[in-house]
Design a protein around this ligand. Sequence first.
Ligand SMILES: Cc1cc2nc3c(=O)[nH]c(=O)nc-3n(C[C@H](O)[C@H](O)[C@H](O)COP(=O)(O)OP(=O)(O)OC[C@H]3O[C@@H](n4cnc5c(N)ncnc54)[C@H](O)[C@@H]3O)c2cc1C
Length: 397
Amino acid sequence: MHYCIVGAGLVGALTAKILVDEGINPSQIAIHETSHLLMPAWRNSDFGSYQALAGFHGFEMPRCEETVSLLSSLCTSSILHSYPTKRFLNIGSFIVPYSSPLDQWPADLSDGLSHDLERFSNPDSVIVNPSSYLFSHILNCFRRYNEDLKDAFPLFYPWFFPREYSFDPNSQDEGHRYQQQIRDLKLTPYYLSPSSFPQLADELFSALLQLGVSVHTGSNGLRLLEDESKSKILWTTNAYPLLNSVGKVVDGSTRYLSSFLFSIDKPPFINQSTFSEILVVNSRAPWLYRVSAASNIYNQFQLLAECISLTEEEPQVDSIHMVLKQIFPDYHFGYMGKTLPRQVKRFSDTDLRLMSAALEEITAANPRLIVAGPSWGPLNMAKAAPLARSVVDSCKS
Ligand SMILES: Cc1cc2nc3c(=O)[nH]c(=O)nc-3n(C[C@H](O)[C@H](O)[C@H](O)COP(=O)(O)OP(=O)(O)OC[C@H]3O[C@@H](n4cnc5c(N)ncnc54)[C@H](O)[C@@H]3O)c2cc1C
């Protein structure tokens, strides 16, 4: 049996490694990558004349153990460094730690919230009170995620809420359960990061090549579906092109991702502590969703502002600068540049259900095809190793 892995991303690379660990001869494993770049998410982007990672934050621990352990077994020379996860919220003009309880929130921010607490146990039945400070910002910002508040609300809830508002404890999503343990102070989170992600990507693929796995760049996985061979096709990337190829398109809506780089005159601190990221809902810059330092842990004199906007043109440097000045009033910032906007699709819950059903039909009609996920966009790296393992398990069954 031959195995054609579609996608030279982290999931594809780990799928190859697990197949080899399971005793498959590496010469029977080929990775097919449509672009000429391996591991695109780990490569630097152009910010005008500068180069940096566009929004990437390292391995969230302790939830990436399996991913990190598989990687470490391949990339022996890249050392992963550890640093604490310190996440803050910026809501309008306030900054609060991500896991603060209601009584530690400033009164203006928490006003009216405790009395509404019960209503938020079920996001489907949320009635937003537009006169509260928190909700006035949410109402100005939610469209960066979805047209419909109901579909966007789970992305705010409970990220921008005090600790008392919890993620669904029975959630199927490992990420939600993990975040809840952090908010309950049951886990001490930290990040792991290599000194260089591009170098880690190079090491990863040269280790796979040395094992005997072949890698074909410029090879579109959709073509494999048409050939006559009997090899298994392991689809480890976004499943949307599969729907497209059989005319089962679900339109969704389009958003644009872009990142802005700023220089800063001293290493950034909040409340006397270094921070890893600030999650933002601020009416002055409704498309600005995160300000981070962690991806620049080796260059403490830069900050990254990540945006999701409705149009290619939307983010304005002056508005981002204003928010940064609100957060760090004693600092001086210099704008360094931005990435070109990258299109991403956003889907409602109904769209996602339709797409999953269509994908099931496609895989039922083609027994050679195994799809990881399904994934419809970038995923947290904690999910990479379990996804790769589930692909390999499906090959066996
Ligand atoms: C800007 C950005 C920020 C991120 N920030 C974080 C973060 O903070 N924390 C975190 O944990 N994760 C983050 N991620 C996600 C993380 O980088 C990825 O989930 C991870 O690298 C795993 O990649 P992947 O294998 O899912 O997909 P990718 O790295 O996207 O790889 C999929 C590959 O499949 C290829 N491909 C697509 N279609 C075809 C086809 N038809 N035929 C052949 N090949 C095809 C693509 O070209 C690509 O190389 C971020 C990702 C991006 C892009």
